[in-house]
Write a protein that binds this ligand. Structure first.
Ligand SMILES: NC(=O)c1ccc[n+]([C@@H]2O[C@H](COP(=O)([O-])OP(=O)(O)OC[C@H]3O[C@@H](n4cnc5c(N)ncnc54)[C@H](O)[C@@H]3O)[C@@H](O)[C@H]2O)c1
Length: 265
């Protein structure tokens, strides 16, 4: 279990949900992890979980909407571990109560969405790349969403900012590929995390399950395993890609759940 041996990985939003799962899985594969989150206690808890399992982790308090805070996170990483090989720009999301349809969405929420999802990804990458260039390469993993691929009745800002994250991913892959810096994005479908469970009514969660080809919703580890692959040299010929990890949600015909019920016997 040493697929990431010798690598230093920074994961933002690693205090909870998918980010914590990715941090634990990467730690178990031998990477030294910077667990970055604006919830200091949550970051410390994730770091403790990694260390209890025999890994190495540094909790760092960061607000990814603040460039100075991002710079401090990157500097703390290099000071503690001497390098930065993997960056997961994972923080994101919008408030579904105010991120509504186009006519009713709250413009302050839109601007916050840009800061939390897009500016954070752009600046995190900008501060990390010089260290990757010095190391002869690196892997950047951006968290997008299936919302970047399909239209929805709500969360107009969320779809827009995640599509921007996919675009940044491709630009970075093209611009720094010659220096061996890879950049890919992951588009999770519905994943059972505190963010999803606190924000969606139970009925909507059941509907999401019906919309999957696989018979369940995702777990944080389902996405974390994909991130381990992208962080590792196993994905060394993969760059500029969006890996859709959604249990078959977006490839399935909308008629499929009904037609499944019509199948004979
Ligand atoms: N859960 C899903 O179904 C799902 C689906 C698609 C995409 N995603 C994406 O996955 C990412 C995380 O989602 P999650 O479900 O794991 O969320 P989560 O709420 O479980 O975890 C998010 C973490 O980010 C931290 N955070 C929030 N704002 C921050 C900031 N400004 N600076 C630093 N840390 C901050 C929080 O403290 C929390 O620990 C987001 O980008 C989200 O859009 C989630």
């Amino acid at each position: 279990m040493e697929r990431l041996k010798g690598k230093v990985a920074v994961i933002t939003g690693a205090g909870s949900g998918i980010g914590r799962a990715a941090a634990e899985l990467m730690g178990a594969e031998g990477a030294r992890i910077v667990v970055a989150d604006y919830d200091t206690a949550a970051a410390e808890e994730s770091a403790a979980l990694i260390e209890e399992s025999g890994g190495r982790a540094l909790p760092v308090t960061v607000d990814v909407t603040d460039e100075g805070s991002i710079a401090d996170m990157v500097n703390a990483t290099v000071r503690e571990f001497g390098a930065l090989n993997v960056l997961c720009n994972h923080v994101g999301g919008t408030n579904p109560r105010t991120d509504l349809d186009l006519l009713r969405l709250d413009m302050d929420e839109f601007h916050r969405a840009v800061a939390r999802n897009v500016t954070s990804t752009l600046l995190g990458t900008r501060h990390a790349i010089p260290h990757m260039l010095r190391a002869g390469g690196g892997s950047i993993i951006n968290t997008a969403s299936v919302a970047a691929l399909v239209g929805d009745v709500l969360q107009t800002s969320y779809g827009a900012v995640k599509a921007a994250v996919v675009s940044i991913t491709k630009s970075v892959a093209v611009q720094y590929g010659p220096q061996n810096v890879r950049c890919n994005a992951v588009a999770p479908g519905a994943v059972l995390t505190p963010a999803l469970e606190n924000n969606l009514p139970r009925g909507v969660i059941e509907d999401l399950k019906k919309g999957n080809a696989l018979p369940r919703l995702g777990s944080p580890e389902d996405i974390g395993h994909t991130m381990v692959f992208l962080a590792s040299d196993e994905s060394r010929y993969l760059t500029g890609q969006l890996l859709v990890v959604d249990g078959g949600m977006t490839m399935q015909s909308s008629a499929a759940p009904g037609r499944r019920a019509q199948l004979p016997g």
